[in-house]
Write a protein that binds this ligand. Structure first.
Ligand code: MN
Length: 216
């Protein structure tokens, strides 16, 4: 599990992670208003509600996600919301490298045939997720997999059909795109790929492969 360095746990609970860019940095692909709402209302809301659900008994996000069945649905939804959004926002950049690099490029080519085929499968996972949820590229015990989860679940949770370490997460909740893309989720997904930073995805992959930043 990747440790998210901008997700800081203090004695009273988690702090809303700051974005590594300005709200308008992803224009015209993802608009300023969507980014502002998404970060200051939605992401912040998950942080506040998770802290509330943990009742001041701060625990690392890794501990919570690894033992998610010990907790109630409020923790499940909001811990997922906190982790997923931090991973997602960290992966976006105005200076995105627009195609895979490094080891991840090699392994995507090996697993899916080509970047284009991967992109098609990942996009289909996003459009095919019924209602709110996430599309993922994860490293599982059987190698790289594209899949999706409902609500704020993620592949680190024992609830997920496919378990593994998420490398790339794409939010397909309507709040991620509705202001600009309206009901056109597929059009948002095309724009997501224009701001997805493959350099960061490769860094995530290296951390997972090398088990960097893990406590055990
Ligand atoms: Mn969201």
């Amino acid at each position: 599990m990747i440790k998210l360095s901008n997700l800081i746990l203090e004695e009273k609970g988690f702090k809303l992670p700051s974005l590594p860019y300005a709200y308008d940095a992803l224009e015209p692909h993802i608009d300023k208003e969507t980014m502002r709402e998404h970060h200051t209302k939605h992401h912040k809301g998950y942080v506040t509600k998770l802290n509330d659900a943990m009742k001041g008994k701060a625990k690392s996000i890794e501990e919570i996600l690894s033992n998610i069945k010990k907790y109630d649905d409020k923790v499940r939804n909001n811990a997922g919301g906190v982790y997923n959004h931090t991973l997602y926002f960290n992966l976006l950049s105005s200076e995105a490298t627009t195609s895979p690099v490094g080891q991840l490029k090699e392994d995507i080519d090996k697993t899916f045939g080509s970047y284009q085929k991967f992109k098609e499968e990942f996009s289909n996972a996003g459009t095919g997720q019924f209602g709110s949820g996430w599309a993922w590229l994860s490293l599982t015990k059987d190698g790289l997999k594209v899949h999706s989860t409902p609500n704020q679940d993620n592949p680190l949770m024992s609830y997920s059909d496919i378990k593994g370490d998420p490398i790339i997460g794409m939010d397909v909740w309507e709040h991620a795109y509705y202001l600009k893309h309206k009901s056109k989720r597929a059009s948002y997904i095309k724009d997501f790929f224009k701001v997805l930073c493959w350099k960061t995805a490769e860094e995530n992959y290296q951390k997972i492969i090398n088990k960097d930043n893990e406590d055990n």
